[in-house]
Design a protein around this ligand. Structure first.
Ligand code: PLP
Length: 371
């Protein structure tokens, strides 16, 4: 008899065999028990430490009596709100269960195992993952000053006709670097129409000057990604969207699950979008906390990359060791070892209290351990 591995566990595509499950972090309560720490702060996933707009809570409460109904498969009112906000027709928007769902849709809709996918070294981990899950060939372009090298990308694209999609996070995660609109425009002018360019603007709300939606009208092969997970503070509800030529949206709509964005997420996103005062407050707070952190880090004599986001990439010599030491003190940050940045950690900018505690703990560790 054939073993399970030889029968039902045989994946339909060889590319699935090579994939690994996402390494989920421990639930916070488990973590507290294991490390024996009560007061834990999480500065690991670039969530908004302030939370979300109070209007969101109200909007969600109103939905609770209707949870037995399916959500609107077309997210009509949310699309209308987005259309007003961006001053674009509703057909330009596709909603996703987080923008990560749209990254996956891009893979499913446009990338086959014969294609190549281009992305930057030290960029968002979802890009190599979706490439691998499609069995496509990854082309990683070496970073330039820790940022994305558009010339390097262009070179590869022009010399390799198998390139189907290019992913650019701007500002970039995990380095926090920014490409100007002018640079991106120049780049897009030279990219062949047959290549899809995905501009992932997950952190744009922290840096409104890098808004590139005007490029959508100019380039039909451009997809812009936005999310409610970061500045809007709705990471737990999972809602993100793309802005693209409606013909691209039409293809997404053929493949996506009809009820991919749940009822609470739709109403929360509408309320969150309407409260731009909250977003302005979030941006101001992030900006002043970021300046404060820069000063403290400078005083410690550590190196960091200037950030256009709500996190800072910080050089600490031994990232894995620092990660462990901070964990023991109840502070969760992200070691960048998985990106090959063995000396760097990524720290989300927290509330004032959280940042003070992070800096105090870091100072203590640097003074009392070998670094
Ligand atoms: C956090 C992040 C996202 C957002 O993912 P969601 O699925 O919308 O939560 C997308 N792209 C980048 C670069 C990110 O850092």
């Amino acid at each position: 008899m054939a073993s399970l591995e030889q029968s039902v566990l045989q994946p339909a595509y060889p590319s699935i065999q090579k994939l690994q499950a996402y390494p989920a972090g421990k639930p916070l309560d488990e973590f507290k028990r294991e490390y024996g720490v009560e007061d834990v702060i999480k500065l690991a996933s670039n969530e908004n430490p302030i939370g979300c707009s109070p209007h969101v809570t109200l909007a969600i409460t109103k939905e609770l009596a209707e949870l037995f109904r399916y959500p609107d498969a077309n997210s009509h009112y949310l699309k209308q709100a987005l259309a007003d906000y961006h001053e674009l027709p509703m057909e330009y928007f596709t909603l996703g269960n987080g923008s990560e769902e749209i990254i996956n849709l891009i893979g499913r809709c446009f990338v086959s195992h014969n294609d190549s996918v281009v992305f930057g070294q030290y960029s968002f981990i979802a890009y190599p993952l979706v490439t691998a899950s499609q069995g496509a060939t990854p082309i990683e372009i070496p970073a330039k000053n820790y940022g994305i090298d558009l010339d390097g990308m262009l070179n590869k694209i022009k010399n390799n006709s198998s390139v189907k999609v290019v992913f650019i996070a701007n500002p970039n995660n995990p380095t926090g670097t920014l490409l100007t609109s002018e640079k991106l425009d120049e780049f897009l002018q030279q990219v062949p129409q047959s290549v899809l360019v995905v501009l992932d603007e997950a952190y744009v709300d922290y840096e409104p000057s890098c808004d590139n939606q005007h490029l959508i009208q100019k380039y039909e092969n451009l997809i812009i990604l936005r999310t409610f997970s970061k500045a809007y503070g709705l990471a737990g509800l999972r809602v993100g969207y793309s802005i693209s030529n409606p013909q691209i949206g039409d293809i997404f709509n053929r493949v996506r699950q009809p009820f991919n964005v749940n009822k609470l997420a739709q109403s929360a996103a509408i309320a969150a979008l309407a409260d731009q005062d909250f977003i302005n407050k979030v941006r101001d707070s992030n900006l002043s906390q970021r300046e404060w952190l820069y000063n403290q880090i400078d005083a410690l004599g550590l190196n960091y990359i200037k950030s256009h986001t709500n996190f800072i990439l910080l050089q600490v010599n031994d990232a894995t060791k620092m990660d462990q030491l901070l964990l023991q003190q109840g502070i969760i940050i992200r070691s960048m070892e998985e990106y090959g940045l063995n000396e760097w950690i990524r720290v989300t900018i927290g509330t004032e209290d959280e940042n003070i505690r992070f800096i105090d703990t870091l100072t203590e560790l640097l003074n009392h351990t070998d670094f």
